[in-house]
Design a protein around this ligand. Structure first.
Ligand code: SF4
Length: 256
């Protein structure tokens, strides 16, 4: 009888789980130290009055801009800042208030249904645990992460389009899905920075590391970024500027 072949050990799904190299840990730490030095208390830009309106604002913000949501919710929250008041407004009344927001019909249905669920299952309060939050209509992992972070101070990281792009671009925690990025960030971001990490990354993506035209020359982490397409100061100057003016342009200031 032929000898049995030795069973090969399964290849470890290593890259995702291997301990990060210490130089990489230091680079990520330096990135967040720069963000913290530039903006010690970052805040989200959605406007809200209480936990309920925060939850509603985040549900409404899916595939919409914070500015667009705020424009609609200022009037909405003046008459609907509790589940009871939202139900009194009704789906048709809610639609009237949010019709400038994309996917407003579906979102209105969800907001009414989640208001009913909060009253039925949670005494009208927004629950503070993930499972209960994700069981609410229209609430997925990203929304739950935002609410857990802002309302309940948890060290969660909500991966939106900006966080996904900059995490892959810089890179900090590359991943093919939001969950992969989130898991990587939770593993790599040093604990003192976890609470505000997603706000720093969102704001960095929204105002500096923009999708089409990243403002590399004024980026506080320019020297820590490994994106091949990043630009340095001289590259950003229009080529038609006289040489003397190009030389006179202010040098990038490295924080930290
Ligand atoms: S250097 Fe450019 S690409 Fe890199 S993080 Fe800064 S803005 Fe983004």
């Amino acid at each position: 009888m032929p000898a049995a072949k030795p069973i090969k050990a399964a290849a470890p799904r290593a890259a995702a789980k291997r301990a990060p190299h210490s130089a990489e840990v230091e680079r990520v730490r330096a990135i967040f130290e720069r963000f913290a030095a530039a903006l010690p208390e970052p805040k989200g830009e959605l406007e809200y009055r209480n936990h309920f309106t925060l939850l509603v604002a985040v549900v409404l913000s899916a595939q919409a801009t914070d500015a667009g949501v705020n424009k609609a919710t200022r009037a909405l929250f003046s008459v609907g800042d509790t589940p009871q008041k939202m139900l009194a407004l009704g789906e048709a009344g809610l639609i009237e208030k949010i019709r400038t927001i994309g996917l407003y019909r579906n979102k209105a249905k969800n907001v009414i249904a989640l208001s009913e669920a909060l009253l039925r299952d949670h005494h009208g309060e927004v629950p503070s645990d993930r499972e209960a939050l994700e069981a609410l209509p229209g609430v997925g992992r990203k929304t739950a992460n935002v609410v857990l972070n802002i309302a309940f101070g948890e060290e969660t990281i909500a991966v939106d389009t900006h966080v996904f792009r900059v995490s892959n671009r810089i890179p900090i925690a590359p991943g093919r899905t939001p969950l992969e990025v989130e898991t990587g960030l939770l593993r790599l971001v040093p604990k003192p920075f976890l609470r505000h990490a997603h706000h720093w990354l969102i704001l960095h993506g929204r105002y500096t590391c923009k999708a089409l035209a990243p403002a590399c020359p004024r980026c506080v982490i320019n020297d820590l970024c490994r994106w091949k397409g990043k630009r340095l100061e001289a590259d950003s100057l229009p080529k038609r500027l006289p040489k003397a003016r190009r030389k006179a342009a202010p040098a990038r200031r490295d924080a930290g």
